[in-house]
Design a protein around this ligand. Sequence first.
Ligand code: GUN
Length: 293
Amino acid sequence: MAKIIDGKQFAADLREKMAKQVTSLADQHQITPGLAVVLVGEDPASQVYVRNKGKQATECGINSIEHKLDESTSEATLLQLISDMNQDSAINGILVQLPLPKHIDADKVLNAIDPTKDVDGFHPINVGLLATGGKGMIPCTPLGSLMLLQDHLGDLTGLNAVVVGRSNIVGKPMFNLLLQQSCTVTVAHSRSQNIEAIVRAADVVVAAVGVPELVKGSWIKPGATVIDVGINRIEVDGGKTKLVGDVDFASAADVAGAITPVPGGVGPMTIACLLYNTLVAACRQHQVELPPA
Ligand code: GUN
């Protein structure tokens, strides 16, 4: 049976360290990091995310600024708000919750965020900096996945890593992060041939395809480390639903050396890394070192 990688605990420990770093920043430099989150409309899942982001930011001593805008808000109004926040030195990180209503061009909005405040790491400048090994903002879910991998495996140099999924939010940045750690990285996706054989060659598997329980235990190399980024709600008997990942946990846990559960694996790392990015952004904007934890 695989070791279960406890992302919930790791995220809680990270938040505890960050709370200390935030205190040091205030004591030594009179800086309090500020994170602005913008929610347009009433999407229930987004409302839950935004509430959790605000709550956890506050617990770490980060100023949380929330803008809840009506579904009918115009693109021009949203762009003006972003421009105002770009100019506001009390705001170090800006996150616009996705998805946005259909009448708003999400790319235009994300591209309007000051790249140094882009704590999601979605701006093309940050995408380019990650690809070229520069000092940008790294997308939260891939960053959290990498932290869990490094905590479990230490140095990743030379390992065969397979990323299943090629999204801009997870698959592509994960590829770049693993390559930066000197892994041999393969990206498999919905059009890949013989995906099982590709996964079976991997010491590290990161599953981020959005297909419930796609990756089976029979695909996993014995002893491999499996990071499951998927969060899928599926129907079980009696009309009930449950959350599952992109990995068939029961069969994979018999073969893998270590595996993240869903829920309680990568999920809690995303918000923790958002707060981490906010802290890093505040330090860079003020040209001070990140205080030691
Ligand atoms: N919606 C769901 N996940 C995310 C995320 O990580 N960032 C943003 N901006 N919106 C999201």
